[in-house]
Design a protein. Structure first.
Length: 570
């Protein structure tokens, strides 16, 4: 169901331009100056148009520092304010403090603006917002309606929900379409889908200027994608720091510097044929809006070496509509059958975990309250093949594997999956405070060995080459039967790296070992779930995601060794 009766556009001034300066988005620490304790109203201002100055009722909330002679801001051109203590400039979202609301619940003379000629925000025009705790409201400031002079900046008053789902294991999400029509790449009705492009009932075909109802979904790690009316992927808001904001002038897909696993393009850039969409953990009790709008910050190659021109394009952002609470209650578990020759089912505490599994198949995730749990694997007749106890902690994402141990008996192995995209760099700060970063577009692979024929296995790229990662080789070499690597467990690849994966029977002190020629190498294209999703001349080499690649099989049970791929985010 689509809703539009509560959307109130306020047309302001015609403009085009580039985005406001922002700090790098993928760091997980926060060393900003301490924010003063200010009681919040229920009204939020969401700035998609790139303004960086704000005043309310005649009071300047940002620093209003003049830019340099070229119209930009250098690293020293900052002065924190009470409301913006970091650098004194407006970012993407601001919750209006209650002290700026008058006795009638009005927030008067709100004005977005900029002093920079590199950040072309609208001419200052005031508007008034109404604060009501019973009906929280967001005011989205964006480009929307085209006219002969270009985009017009518009303001939309959008009601939001803040109450969590009635099911505490779920979160709520909706799609808000403020996308301009036409746009250089993506126009018209928009749909929210799973990572493979499959539809999500209730979140499709949302017209410009409308929004869907909130849908309740079990909490977890998802890479939601937005598709336009033609079924093409709409990019998420990116940044130069994350190297995902240079777009092909023909297709709108991501480009990278030449030589990084793409096809040569203009100005030394190569097309990856991928469209950026972040992988995110959606928390139980959370409420989210995915908004599509015309946003600045993109570069289009001009043909000159390394040169781009800035552009305002339809893209999407994920907005948390209530404060994301820390998950201190729930965990997730899935299970995989890698026991050759058997159909099995799983139980946790006597209750089914998924459906009956054929060899090399996986269940969906179930959610559990943190604590001790008893896990069983059963054969087709209901007899117990193996059982084990496992202690779940809040936020865990666990995969249980049923495999054949060296003695041929069924056994259960557990692996903990990191779906956050966060990892430790070990290169900053004496105590490591600033040494954790987050990859929002990860292609991470964990390697495991469940082949009863081999006590130890090593995985390599083509021709026995090491994987080029920041991890040590323990992530892919000398992998023991049934044992998950617990430190530096992932090979972190570039999002579009073109690789082949080979398996070797290895021994301690020998790298890589004897190539298992009977095991078909895995190509990067095997990591694409749905090739039909890509409406481009070529397909990307591979898709981002968090994966396990496992060597499985048991010659004694008639199952030849092979490699399988398990994807852990949806």
């Amino acid at each position: 169901m689509k809703h539009s009766k509560y959307i109130y556009p306020f047309l302001l001034a015609a403009l085009t331009g580039a985005g406001a300066c922002k700090k790098k988005l993928d760091t997980t620490y926060d060393n900003r100056p301490q924010q003063q304790p200010l009681t919040s109203s229920s009204t939020r201002l969401i700035n998609l148009a790139g303004a960086n100055e704000l005043q309310i009722n005649g009071q300047k909330l940002t620093s209003f520092i003049a830019p340099d002679r070229e119209g930009g801001y250098g690293p020293d051109q900052t002065r924190g304010t009470l409301y913006f203590p970091d650098n004194g400039r407006l970012g993407g979202l601001f919750t209006v403090p209650l002290q700026l609301v008058d006795g009638q619940g009005k927030i008067k003379d709100i004005i977005f603006s900029t002093l920079s000629n590199k950040i072309q925000a609208p001419a200052p025009r005031p508007f008034t917002a109404q604060d009501d705790y019973n009906h929280p409201m967001d005011y989205y400031f964006t480009w929307f309606t085209p006219n002969k002079g270009g985009f017009q900046d518009s303001l939309f008053a959008i009601p939001r929900e803040v109450s969590p789902s009635s099911n505490p294991e779920h979160f709520k999400i909706r799609l808000l379409n403020l996308g301009s029509t036409p746009d250089r790449f993506h126009s018209g009705n928009m749909s929210l889908t799973w990572a493979d492009g499959s539809a999500i009932a209730g979140l499709g075909d949302v017209a410009p200027g409308s929004y869907s109802a909130y849908l309740e979904i079990p909490f977890g790690s998802y890479q939601f994608k937005v598709l336009d009316a033609a079924g093409k992927e709409v990019p998420a808001k990116g940044s130069a720091e994350m190297l995902n904001n240079i777009l092909n002038p023909t297709t709108g897909t991501m480009m990278s510097t030449s030589g990084i696993d793409g096809d040569a393009g203009a100005g030394g850039f190569a097309d990856t044929w991928l469209t950026y969409a972040p992988v995110k953990n959606y928390q139980p009790g959370g409420v989210y809006t995915i908004v599509v709008g015309a946003m600045p910050g993109y570069g289009i190659p001009t043909g000159g070496p390394g040169e781009t021109v800035s552009a305002v394009l339809n893209s999407f952002q994920i907005i948390a509509d209530n404060k994301e609470a820390t998950n201190i209650t729930y965990s997730r578990m899935q299970a995989v059958n890698v026991l050759a020759g058997k159909e099995i089912s799983w139980q946790v505490d006597g209750k089914p975990l998924g459906e009956t599994l054929a060899f090399a198949a996986q269940t969906d995730y179930n959610r559990y309250i943190a604590g001790a749990h008893h896990v069983k694997a059963l054969d087709k007749q209901g007899a117990t093949l193996a059982e084990a106890d496992w202690q779940l902690t809040p936020g865990d994402n666990i995969t249980a594997w049923l495999y054949a141990a060296r003695d041929g008996k069924p056994a259960i192995s557990f692996s903990a999956n990191n779906l956050s995209g966060k990892y430790y760099t070990g290169v900053s700060g004496n105590d490591g405070s600033y040494a954790t970063v987050q990859d929002l577009n990860p292609w991470w692979i964990r390697f495991m060995n469940f082949c009863a024929d081999e006590n130890e296995v090593t995985f390599t790229k083509a021709n026995g080459q090491h994987f080029t990662t920041a991890t040590t080789s323990q992530a892919y070499s000398h992998i023991q039967l049934g044992k998950a690597v617990e430190a530096n467990e992932y090979v972190r690849l570039r999002a579009n790296e073109n690789i082949s994966i080979l398996a070797y029977a290895s021994k301690p002190g020998v790298f890589p070992g004897n190539w298992l020629t009977e095991v078909t190498p895995l190509t990067a294209s095997r990591f694409i779930a749905n090739p039909e999703l890509y409406k481009t001349a070529k397909k990307p080499n591979a898709e981002p995601g968090i994966y396990t690649v496992a060597l499985v099989g048991n010659s004694a049970a008639g199952e030849k060794p092979s490699m399988i791929i398990i994807k852990h985010n949806k």
